[in-house]
Design a binder for this molecule. Structure first.
Ligand code: ADP
Length: 764
């Protein structure tokens, strides 16, 4: 992975500060225009803005003056200079770092208006539907002043509502909704069914979460087929394994049979050789899937069982993800393990990663509280620059040194003691956990210690936002996973902004943030810390870790040689070092994994682009008709005696699209198969990446010809009348039901492992 040399970074640093000083002088210049802006009547802003040449220095200075005035009038906020700085950098296509509470919502709206005045359609990507709706409504009066139209999309938006929202100059939506619209357009049989617009500008809120942490998450469009029936015999034997029969890798991503386990399975299944040729691709895969479901996936950590179904918990957000399921085999295996009825499974119709989705936009910019630390990834994967925007008020939050304990029990006890002590003073405490199970466990311990807490658990975003907004009240103790309720401001004294209540909490030292373990990257730690100390508020933060934390056990060895300093199990400075080192190792591994997976995905993305282009051409032109007419001239002559060209044109389009879509779905299934077995090949000394590319390339070169051959066959043999095509006769059945979901998976977690690799590492 090519890191920049120090000299290169210095050069970039110099460039960045030049950019910043440009912004600052623009902002100074804009003050000279303020009296002009003040004179304008409300209904004169839109025309004044439309007359600006937004890409010139003069135009921008005037724009800033207008915005300052309009902000005050429309949303009662006069943008701070630092917000204008952030907006200017976003207008130049950077990701800006602005701390929590600095007012990114307003800064983002300013940038969006700037782009819109330049004639661009802007998508503002929010972390969830709730925030998309909230931000669009909050900023709407400001947009109105400039005559810029704004819309928002949620999971529940109808197709027409989506189209309407996309037709606006600025559209707020979550990355999922935009991605699913792009995918669903692959089902369109007529141009007027398309929903997703041409991508122009995207402004990404929480840019590091979306563009880096979730970059490789595939969004998937699936269609229904028959329900999967798991192999009962295999499940029976796997469910009866003893601990000596299988091994879980130290990083908890992989599980495999021991030699003894393999023998046990082989004997129970009637003396087969599961590593023999005939079983490697079938029985062994099933066994591995079952092992994964039984011994790696834990109820209430990875999924919950509710209403007779298995619901995944999205590990990074600690919430139940609707419409999300595992790859089919795993889903069926977990359902079997929990004694549930198998649900209908599906075939993947199309898929796109978040990274590829964002890559469609010619202009990408973003904002987040933690951009600098992800600077390398932004540059490497998107070619994006990063700008740090100073905070409006100096940050006075006190970050206490980490406290590291020898084991988990001692850590939890220390957390409870600490919270108890702080809580007794009345200071509000926000505790960040890693997952829902940990939240619940902690709440239980706190209750036992006589402390009532509010737990944010995989409920809905709106409720979580309302709860977290009150986390700054006196006496509040709030337990939350790292991501829950993000995007919501925590005001000291409570969300109603009561001054007296605020002063009281300021007096107590502001919000106290407690981490119950470092995350896989320091960026996430800092996101949690950033909950305290907003806009110059007082506040403090501290992290408790233990040598038994997964971060440490997965990334460090030789832990047994370490001993605590005292009887509470508190470790000395060496313990803190161990934890920090483990985090650096985890960060490095993530980067490597990202690069590897990106390399595997890049080719399939290219292939997808080429299929989408072809499909669009067929949808928007009469290419299918002219092709078939030329290739099957005789058949055309025969049909044209009874069927009009108009009907034949529709029929031809329908037929070619059907075969192209079929071929693409088959190709994706093939890709998945190769992914699942590529590591077996790796064992045979071939480079998995090269081998993968070779196979996928070879298969893809045949795709279009095969689709066209299928289309010709249908065109010549199917019953085609003046009413069109008889779909049953043509055997052209499209999925009766389609749905969308996303998977946190990583096919290529560690090269050279078992076949099960294809489905492991679903959680990061
Ligand atoms: P962030 O997303 O950066 O954490 P928000 O956009 O949620 O911050 O804004 C945080 C708070 O600051 C909001 O309550 C908002 O009303 C307030 N705010 C933002 N900009 C201004 C401003 N220029 N003047 C006054 N209040 C502001």
């Amino acid at each position: 992975m090519g890191k920049f040399s120090n000299a290169m970074w210095r050069l970039l640093g110099a460039q960045a500060s030049r950019n910043q000083s440009q912004s600052i002088s623009l902002i100074e210049k804009s003050h000279d225009e303020q009296s002009w802006a003040k004179e304008l009547k409300d209904d004169e802003f839109a025309d004044a803005a439309a007359d600006l040449e937004i890409d010139t220095v003069d135009g921008r200075a005037k724009f800033l003056a207008l915005i300052r005035e309009a902000g005050e009038r429309a949303v009662s906020m006069t943008p701070f200079d630092v917000q204008l700085q952030g907006a200017l950098r976003m207008l130049d296509g950077d990701v800006v770092e602005m701390a929590t509470g600095e007012g990114k919502t307003l800064a983002g709206a300013i940038a969006a208006i700037g782009y819109a005045l330049g004639g661009k359609h802007v998508h503002v990507v929010s972390v969830n539907d709730y925030l998309a709706g909230r931000d669009a409504e909050w900023m709407r009066p400001l947009y109105d002043v400039f005559g810029v139209t704004v819309g928002a999309i949620s999971e529940h938006s109808t197709r027409d509502e989506r189209r309407e929202a996309y037709a606006c100059d600025v559209t707020y939506a979550s990355v999922n909704e935009i991605g699913f619209d792009v995918l669903r357009d692959q089902l369109a049989l007529h141009e007027d069914e398309l929903v997703a617009p041409e991508p122009e500008v995207v402004l990404v809120d929480e840019a590091d979460s979306v563009l880096v942490d979730e970059a490789l998450v595939p969004l998937i469009l699936a269609g229904s087929t028959e329900a999967d029936t798991p192999n009962t015999a295999i499940h029976e034997v796997v469910s009866h394994l003893k601990s000596k029969h299988y091994e879980v890798d130290t990083d908890g991503r992989n599980v495999s049979l021991t030699e003894e386990g393999a023998r046990f399975v082989e004997d129970t299944l009637g003396g087969i050789d599961i590593y023999g040729d005939e079983h490697v691709g079938t029985t062994l895969v099933h066994v591995n899937v079952a092992l994964y479901a039984y011994y790696l996936l834990e109820r209430d950590v990875h999924y919950i069982v509710r209403d007779g179904g298995v619901h995944l918990i999205n590990a990074s957000r600690g919430r139940v993800a609707r419409l999300q399921r595992w790859p089919d085999g795993v889903q069926a295996a977990v359902e079997y393990k929990e004694g549930l009825k198998p649900t209908a499974s599906g075939e993947v119709i199309d898929t796109i990663t978040v990274q590829a989705l964002m890559g469609r936009y010619p202009t990408v910019a973003g904002m987040t509280g933690t951009a600098i630390a992800a600077g390398e990834q932004f540059r490497q994967f998107y070619g994006l620059g990063v700008s740090q925007i100073p905070s409006n008020m100096p940050n006075v939050r006190e970050d206490e040194p980490d406290r590291v304990y020898d084991n988990k029990a001692n850590k939890m006890e220390a957390v409870v003691d600490y919270v108890k002590e702080v809580h007794e003073t009345g200071q509000p405490v926000l505790i960040g956990t890693h997952d829902v199970a940990q939240s619940e466990e902690l709440a239980y311990f706190l209750e036992r210690a006589g402390i009532a807490s509010v737990v944010l658990n995989a409920k809905n975003d709106r409720e979580e936002a309302a709860i977290i907004a009150e986390a700054g009240r006196k006496d509040a103790v709030t337990v939350s996973t790292q991501m829950a309720g993000r995007g919501t401001d925590i005001r000291l004294g409570g969300s109603d902004g009561d001054d007296e209540a605020r002063d009281e909490v300021v007096e107590l030292g502001g919000l106290c943030v407690v981490g119950t373990g470092r995350y896989d990257t320091e960026r996430l730690d800092n996101q949690l810390r950033g909950r305290a100390g907003r806009q110059g508020d007082p506040g403090r933060s501290v992290f408790f870790s233990s040598l038994e934390d997964p971060l440490v056990t997965k990334n460090q060895t030789h832990l047994r040689e370490l001993h605590p300093d005292d009887s509470d199990g508190l470790m000395g400075p060496r313990g803190v070092e161990i934890v920090q080192q483990a985090q650096r190792i985890a960060e490095g591994a993530m980067l490597q994994l990202h690069a590897n997976t990106w390399n595997f995905n890049a080719q399939v993305n290219e292939q997808r682009n080429s299929i989408v282009r072809r499909r669009m051409a067929i949808l928007k032109t009469d290419k299918a008709f002219t092709d078939l007419k030329e290739l099957e001239a005789e058949r055309y002559e025969e049909l044209s005696e009874t069927v009009s060209d108009e009907v034949l044109g529709d029929v031809a389009r329908q037929i070619v699209l059907f075969h192209l879509d079929r071929a693409w779905a088959d190709h994706l299934a093939y890709v998945a198969d190769v992914q699942a077995s590529i590591h077996l090949r790796a064992l045979g000394q071939q480079s998995p990446l090269e081998e993968f590319h070779k196979l996928i390339f070879a298969e893809f070169t045949k795709l279009v010809d095969e689709a066209m051959a299928g289309a010709r066959e249908t065109f010549t043999t199917a019953a085609i009348t003046a009413d069109g095509l008889d779909l049953d006769d043509a055997d052209m059945h499209r999925s009766t039901m389609t749905w969308t979901y996303l998977v946190h998976e990583n096919h290529f977690a560690s090269a050279g492992a078992q076949a099960v690799q294809g489905i492991v590492g679903i959680f990061r």
